[in-house]
Write a protein that binds this ligand. Structure first.
Ligand SMILES: C[S@@+](CC[C@H](N)C(=O)[O-])C[C@H]1O[C@@H](n2cnc3c(N)ncnc32)[C@H](O)[C@@H]1O
Length: 316
């Protein structure tokens, strides 16, 4: 790998580049066979980011001083073109991977190995997360999902309901890794948003999963994604989590979908369910502290209520 390729991939800050330097970066990327190989997803993401925020940013900065510069306009065209070609590699990669999922391949450890082939991630890093940051694993999983645009919200949330924010994908991987599901488990994501958690848990663990979501547009989107990927044992229910049935559920996940009295009401419903069978609750975000106060739940790591660590609870 040339020094230029290494700089691009390492995303070294390159402030105040000259036109010659910008040109040499673009030229290096045009010639780099490595970036166009499908398997080098991580490197391509860094390169696309570098083109967008460093190279095109720098060219646009220089163009502000010299609007008519044919050289700069031509460089911008080349940078845009490299970015388009790199993005096209990913589009074709994801199309192929979606087809594999649709036709029934890639479940469980196979799915995990497939992801690991393209994205380097280390679940141990989650131990050090101070906030729910997103990374290349999220970009990869977003790419796998069939519909890139988020639907518009159609209903106003009530006080205590939390707006949509996705659980980072590596947290979902960690959840599956640590949960030791059995094949009869039914996993519920309460406040399932666009459905990524329930779909990923199904792909990674092969168990039945359900999502409960207040916003109908999100719920439709999630069901459409599952149908498009031909995943049959995942379903999304459009309901307020206080007004639905959980009789088949054994594991309930919450990425703080609601707070205060709504959370307490839902916990009361789950407590009633726990009188019929043992259930598990897994939390992420600030709701962990409130769930930890429930006397009917055993908290696996009570000393560890960091809001951006998963909380694992079992009914007594
Ligand atoms: C923080 S997001 C979590 C999304 C999803 N679980 C994920 O991790 O990708 C919270 C979601 O809960 C939904 N929500 C809020 N209150 C709800 C309620 N009472 N019943 C069902 N869903 C609710 C919101 O619309 C939002 O999509």
């Amino acid at each position: 790998m040339s020094k230029k390729e290494a700089d691009i991939i390492n995303d070294d800050p390159v402030a105040n580049m000259s036109v010659v330097e910008v040109e040499s970066y673009i030229s290096a990327m045009e010639k780099s066979a490595l970036l166009y190989e499908e398997r080098n997803f991580d490197e391509r993401i860094e390169a696309i980011d570098f083109i967008e925020f460093q190279l095109i940013g720098q060219i646009e900065y220089l163009l502000q001083k010299d609007h008519q510069s044919a050289g700069l306009l031509s460089l911008k065209g080349r940078a845009d073109n490299v970015k388009c070609v790199l993005e096209a590699v990913d589009i074709s990669l994801f199309k192929q991977l979606r087809e594999n999922i649709r036709t029934g391949g890639q479940r469980g450890t196979q799915f995990k190995s497939l992801v690991k082939k393209y994205v380097g991630f280390n679940l141990e890093d989650n131990e050090h997360q101070g906030e729910p940051g997103y990374d290349n694993l999220d970009i990869f999983i977003n790419g796998l999902f069939p519909f890139p645009f988020m639907p518009e919200q159609t209903k106003n949330l009530e006080p205590g309901m939390v707006y949509y924010q996705k659980t980072p994908a590596r947290i979902v991987f960690e959840l599956v890794e640590k949960s030791q599901f059995n094949k009869d488990d039914v996993f519920f994501d309460l406040g399932s948003g666009l459905g990524q958690v329930a779909i990923l848990v199904n792909l990674l663990a092969g168990i039945r999963t359900r999502g409960v979501e207040f916003e109908p547009a999100f719920c439709n989107y999630a069901n459409d994604c599952a149908a498009e990927l031909n995943i049959t044992n995942v379903a999304f229910i459009n309901a307020d989590a206080r007004q639905t049935y959980y009789s088949e559920g054994t594991i309930f996940f919450m990425y703080t979908p609601f707070t205060g009295q709504i959370l307490q009401d839902v916990l009361e419903i789950l407590r009633a369910e726990s009188l019929h069978r043992k259930i598990k609750i897994i939390t992420y975000g600030p709701c962990t502290a409130q769930v930890a106060l429930q006397s009917w739940l055993h908290f696996a790591a009570p000393q560890d209520t960091h809001i951006y660590k998963l909380g694992f609870f079992t009914s007594l």
